[in-house]
Design a protein around this ligand. Sequence first.
Ligand SMILES: *Cc1c(COP(=O)(O)O)cnc(C)c1O
Length: 831
Amino acid sequence: MPENTSELRPTHPLAIAPVVAPAASVDGFAKQFLQNLNFDQGVTLSTSDVNDQYLALAYTVRDYLMARWFDDRAQQKTQQAKTVCYLSAEYLLGRQLDNNLLAARLTDIATEALAQCGIDIDDLRQVEIEPGLGNGGLGRLAACFIDSLATMSVPTIGYGIRYEYGIFRQAFADGQQIEQPDAWLRMGSPWDFAHPEAAQTISFAGTTETYDDDGVERTRWVPEWNVLAVPYNMMVPGYHNGRVNTLRLWRAVATNAFDLHTFNSGDYVQSVRAQTFAENISKVLYPEDSTPQGKELRLQQQYFFVAASIADFIENVLPGDFDLEQLPERVIFQLNDTHPVIGVPELMRVLVDEKKLEWDAAWAITQKCFAYTCHTLLPEALEVWSVDLLGRLLPRHLEIIYRINDEFLLEVRERFGDDEMLIRNMSIIGEHPYRSVRMAYLATVAGSKVNGVAELHSQLLRDNVLKDFAAMWPDKFTNVTNGVTPRRFLRLANPDLSALITEALGAGWTVDLERLRGLEALADDADFRERFAAVKVSNKRRLSRVLEARGEDALDDGHMLDVMIKRLHEYKRQTLKVLHIVSTYEGIVSGRLDIADVQARTFLFGAKAAPGYGMAKRIIHLINAVGEVVSADERVQGKLKVLYPANYNVTLAESIIPAADLSEQISLAGKEASGTGNMKLALNGALTIGTDDGANVEIRKLVGDDNFFLFGMSEPEVEALWAEGYRPADFYQGDERLRSAIDLIAAGAFSGGDRTVFEPLVSNLLYEDRFMALADFSSYLDAQDRVDAAYADQDGWVRAAILNVARSGYFSSDRAMRDYLERIWHATPVS
Ligand SMILES: *Cc1c(COP(=O)(O)O)cnc(C)c1O
């Protein structure tokens, strides 16, 4: 039990008693809740509003977790266990209340205690604003991973940035995306704890100089300006295991030193401006997904959080007398994509300049302390920083990168001879179109391991993107297929299915998802199928209520729910989905299709586009325009409907996924690194229509070809078509269905007769089509015909849906964490 006494000498008996959680009873909970309402929110029950009540409830849940949190943090210092430091610029956490209630086994107690206070806990759930500190898959992955690590009792600190404004709120005006700031902190932030006393000073710019240190020449960095990094700690409770790990997010605050100088010179306005400048660092999350924006502020953000995290770990988590030669025994810094890679030269700087280790010793330590996860295959998404910018902002780090590169290239020469082409290709410094630091290469050189996020992706990394490095260090490369947390995406999101599974298999599946295999036998049980189907129906009703509450259309009974929910990106091919909708619509209207043969469907999209990504925004406009025409056309009434609720986020995902029948995973083969939306949907009993891309490949292998609708070119076929010369217009000419669909869009059928609105989109498809939507169109439509036929046999469909659930246990992030622990981190859970 944690105590209050470590360095104090208290005499009061309460001060030397252990910190304990309040009584886990309805009365105990109610008492604590009311106390928090009175003394933290400053209101009585009768004068409180729903936000007061929500905050008091959050504080109460925290109170129950607190003693364990104290304990686990104290242990981290004293135990010799290795800590996983997950470095991620994004955490797409989703709402916290329900997750923390579940983890602490308080859901029923809290519900009853609040009911006795006259409060419906559901009303409080609804007011929580999710912290949207991520863009999409990469940020959500980080959130799933820290949940699994806590549940598996692995000592972990998630490090990131506490953006004041997270991912923008999306709204539509005339079908077009508009972005609004996400003021998620406006109503209070009950889940984190600020620790200004533990702030780190983070420096930027300036110069470097050498000096004589007792006969040894050393370098020091003389920075030009500083900011404070103030940590905010969030609890990351494990599921039912009493473990509480920490997510530590940094906020930028101006230092006194920073503005005192200007202030003293009498320029008050300038000094405030300077303060704003410093605090901009944690102001906004870059609304980018898979393409870097070459912004100085973004590099500042990266260095800011990574430098603060490394210093924090060394100074505050390790014991004071720690021998840094032993660092690799105590920590692994996992780099979630290239955003934190500047941590490599930073650790070198700390070890060599500050701790005065020899370069070689420092490099040996650093190489063991980092591992790198690559998340992309798109060349334009591989982050580079101009040498100019990096040298200006982080002059000492640039020197260190140069030395790392020099020594690395010597090694390349030793291994492969003086192959200048190879040297140029592998150099961490790129020369064209401008001198730049290739962050993925730096991570690959420095990391003890490099992993891709699905089998196909890891193979393509080895064969293409990083092939020279794989030739040099074959053992460095490995795969860990992504996963999703079954707590949030099954247990919480789909309570009815969870109850059905628990009834069938017992309770252990939530932490041992392979147990879902037990459902296979029940796929042939007519009674179980009926109950499974009833859950889907009730989830659709629940989604329908959520949509109506947001002012959207309800779902139609009896429709297949066909969902495509993910960031808007050309490689994901929302356009291909639109072409299918337009083609079906056009087919019915023109009489080519007999309406009686068409399965009634609701197409549901959820997607945000990066604000600067013009083509993606045009696609959003097209989806909304098509939706408006199709949903209003009497001739397809009762058959086709298109819904596009704005602002897709984790909260919305939790309503959509359990209701979905069909999961659209239709990226061009070789472009989607893994996908995790595909896993969430399969786990909730949606059947996938998908290409052989990312983790779809593994989903199909596991659930079986009969329970998956495969279409499209394979990755080698894509390569072959490029090599041969791809002419999308040939596909347009060659398929009447495709021609009619594109012609309809081009003729202005969805833009009030205006042919200019979607002209750029149409001509991009016909003459460029980088992601080969037209080449895969006919195969996609054929697969959709198979979907319709399969859905007509409801018994068969439900059976396949059950098998999807039963065979998707592999996609638990618990399994992914076991793989990381074994293959990369060499760390173990603590008891
Ligand atoms: C899972 C998830 C994603 C990732 O979806 P993909 O289909 O894998 O791209 C993006 N956003 C949210 C809100 C998610 O929950």
